[in-house]
Write a protein that binds this ligand. Structure first.
Ligand code: NAG
Ligand code: NAG
Ligand code: NAG
Length: 333
């Protein structure tokens, strides 16, 4: 319970930190990424998309955000309320913090003096994100959101471990039926005129957590490429997402952008001991401590702390109070 209470404080802290920040709330290189499918190269009548290049994967999000804008227009101007913003912003943080680079150091993919757009298949973050980018995009194609037929695009495979990913609607549907169905449910619900914001959040988080199930189980071998500190952070982050999902954290643009100030701005190394990491803000240090506490609580309780949290957050009123608490904390310096 202490950890859960701490989580509330941490999240509140994230929002306070947000106030100081007034930069443009977009992922890095957003404007340089494809805005429409015709910005990708074409071969044999198909658009060729290489999700192992940062801007090309980011472009899938940019197109998705644009194609879904109309369904979020009733909640606020400029697509700011589009709940899909959580995904590209998180991916942008991964890029900016060096988490998409090759953690083995065997290649210079994503490393090196020149800013490299390479997304490494050995990156745990990049592999998990694949199921939160390519997979929802294919589900959107299949749901008629993108306006092309599934056989008009080709998703390129990574240089290795190709069997661990899926590349087209039918392939993803047979390998990950539950996840594809959840994303399709989200897009179908979004298109209903009777859809509402809370319902969208529910469908989105169900699809999101479903997307995480396979990669968080399959890519555990990647942990070996990182320091113990980063590997623990990855595990704890994967756990924390379930708690955010239960609270139906509204992943709108500005809110998600602000939230990310609280996340570690570079890959953790063995000597990083939170809350004493000198080049991190005190909030970033605090978040690492709390995430560890939450992760430990979850593991020690055999996930019954998550079940408890889910039941706490099961009513709209509780979730509203939870968010209201954030706003109250916002006003405290
Ligand atoms: C989001 O942030 C941008 C830039 O900081 C700001 O101009 C805009 O008004 C914000 N939108 C909302 C809905 O808060
Ligand atoms: C950086 O890029 C420039 C131009 O693309 C190239 O000439 C240079 O060799 C690169 N440097 C490194 C260290 O990769
Ligand atoms: C879809 O991808 C699978 C591999 O994941 C491949 O075997 C299959 O031929 C592809 N289908 C189409 C229609 O391209």
């Amino acid at each position: 319970m202490a950890a859960l209470a701490s989580l509330v404080w941490v999240l509140a802290g994230c929002f306070s930190a947000a106030l100081a920040q007034a930069a443009s709330p977009y992922p890095p290189l957003w404007e340089d990424s494809p805005e429409q499918l015709s910005d990708y190269s074409m071969e044999g009548g198909k658009y060729i998309i290489d999700p192992w290049v940062y801007t090309e994967r980011l472009g899938l999000y940019r197109i998705l955000l644009k194609k879904t804008a109309t369904y979020f227009a009733k909640y606020g101007p400029e697509n700011e309320q589009n709940l899909l913003w959580g995904l590209p912003l998180q991916f942008g943080w991964q890029y900016q913090s060096g988490r998409l680079a090759d953690p083995t150091g065997m290649t210079n993919c994503g490393n090196g003096l020149n800013a490299s757009l390479c997304v490494s298949v050995d990156s745990w973050w990049a592999d998990v994100n694949y199921f939160l980018s390519v997979v929802p995009f294919l589900a959107a194609v299949d749901s008629g959101i993108i306006g092309i037929s599934p056989n008009q695009i080709t998703i390129l495979p990574p240089p290795e471990d190709q069997m661990m990913f899926c590349y087209n609607v039918s392939g993803c549907q047979s390998a990950h039926p539950e996840t594809m169905n959840r994303w399709r449910d989200f897009f179908q619900y979004m298109k209903l005129s009777s859809s509402n914001f809370d319902g969208l959040l529910k469908e989105l988080w169900e699809a999101h957590t479903s997307s995480l199930e396979y990669p968080t189980n399959v890519f555990v071998d990647r942990y070996d490429f990182y320091s113990d500190k980063e590997a623990n952070f990855e595990e704890n982050w994967a756990i924390a997402v379930n708690y955010l999902a239960a609270a139906r954290f509204p992943t709108t643009q500005n809110r998600t952008y602000s939230f990310q100030n609280a996340l570690p701005p570079r890959v953790l190394v063995h000597t990083d001991i939170a809350p004493f990491i000198p080049d991190f803000t005190s909030l970033q240090n605090k978040v690492l401590v709390q995430l560890k506490l939450l992760g430990d609580t979850d593991r020690n309780s055999g996930s019954s702390s998550l079940i408890l949290w889910e039941s706490l957050m099961s009513t709209k009123l509780a979730r509203a109070l939870f968010l209201k608490a954030f706003e109250a904390f916002l006003e405290t310096p």
